[in-house]
Design a protein around this ligand. Sequence first.
Ligand code: GLU
Length: 496
Amino acid sequence: MEGSVRVRFAPSPTGFLHVGGLRTALYNYLFAKHHKDGKFILRIEDTDQSRYVEGAEQDIIDSLNWCGMEVDESPHHGGDYGPYRQSERKELYHEHVQKLIESGHAYYAFDTPEELDQMRERLQKSGNPSPKYDAITRQSMKNSLTLPADEVEKKLENGDEYVVRLKVPRRESIRFEDMIRGHVSFESKGLDDQVLLKSDGMPTYHLANVVDDHEMKITHVIRGEEWLSSAPKHILLYNAFGWEAPQMAHLPLIMSPSGGKLSKRKAEQEGIPVNTKEYIKQDYEPEALVNFLAYLGWSPGDDSEVHSLDELCELFTLDRVSKGGAVFNHKKLLWYNEQYLREKPVENIIGRVKKVADEQGVDTKSDEYLKEAINLVIERVSKIDEILTMGSFFFEDPEEYDEKALKKWKDNSGELVSDYKAAVEQLSDDEFEAKTLKSKLEDVIEKHDVGFGKLMMPLRIAVTGQGFGPDLFTSMELLGKEVVVQRLETALDKLA
Ligand code: GLU
């Protein structure tokens, strides 16, 4: 490829970073890093001041950091093409708009909102269902194409309100090759004369986006499908400026499991966290979310599934991104989470478990004890917080017994548990280990001539309160004799 790849993630700080936005960032990052000296740029598109949300920019940065996506240029990292916040680039947009006006590709429009409404009404009445400010209508409106030059001059001097519009050609096919969608074609007759500069002097998204992509030497624009309809306007702008447009790639939509686009409302209904912030707060493994999002619309073309960020950079190409929508399968995400959680050495996660425990006021005893408890449950949980729920019995006596499990507490359970208790009570603290605890159970079932489960289940309920969980004998060894005997007594009191 000629020159080095430069891509940008260009979020508007109008809210917290949506998981779909994070996928767009990720695909840009993977694409950049796949090309060895590729640059990943963060540009903040904050020209719509009315929708600005305090803290949104920081949230974007925190989210990228959490995922391990290093940014090469941004408002915070600097770079040769700054400033990287659009609100700090106003001058530049004004200069460029001026050039378009001079070259006849844009014009001043002085129409008031009332006049625009009247125009739309008039056209609707005459049978046009979607009236536009276009090549035809502009001829009867108040703009620098219809008004005499001196009047335009006067209006500008007087400080009359105006917008600058792009002079969209009347009949033209606008074509480009999308790297994912292939050949794309739009007709200019369906387009409005796009406002480029608003009456408050701020550029619109379209103008700022094109000027910046050009000025920042962006080689590839990779963004969500929802921006595909903006692409023809951008192509017209590139042409008007006489610039070469970057390559474009529009990513497939993220779909809800119940069908349709994964909107905020749908996600909430289906229990899918929608903002990256929530994944951080809910203690997901960042590697899992990254791996999952990479596969949400892309695959390497074999059946491998688990890849680190570095491996994904190696593997990622745009030609393997799908055109069709990608369904957000939350179970799959949990599966990924499980894979990454299990791989982590217990030393790396103990701090996080302790933090959650502190928040919940759970006493996790000594680090040694907690580590062993983690090792016992880790194979059975998908998320770090489940270590404390599934393993709660390591830290607290069961307050109540799981209802479903209780169905397994039968008439003879009391007698069996009581016999078992008598047997293990006699063990010294040193002898209280998994192997011995298991052989004691075998003695009791042999004596009563019953199956393994007849004692195992009631025992598990008594010790853990639950019907399933980690190896019971090792768990009892960790809990220690005093705790186990006392829990057996409590259960016998309550249940037998
Ligand atoms: N500011 C737009 C957004 O919020 C950028 C779209 C684009 O990448 O062109 O996603």
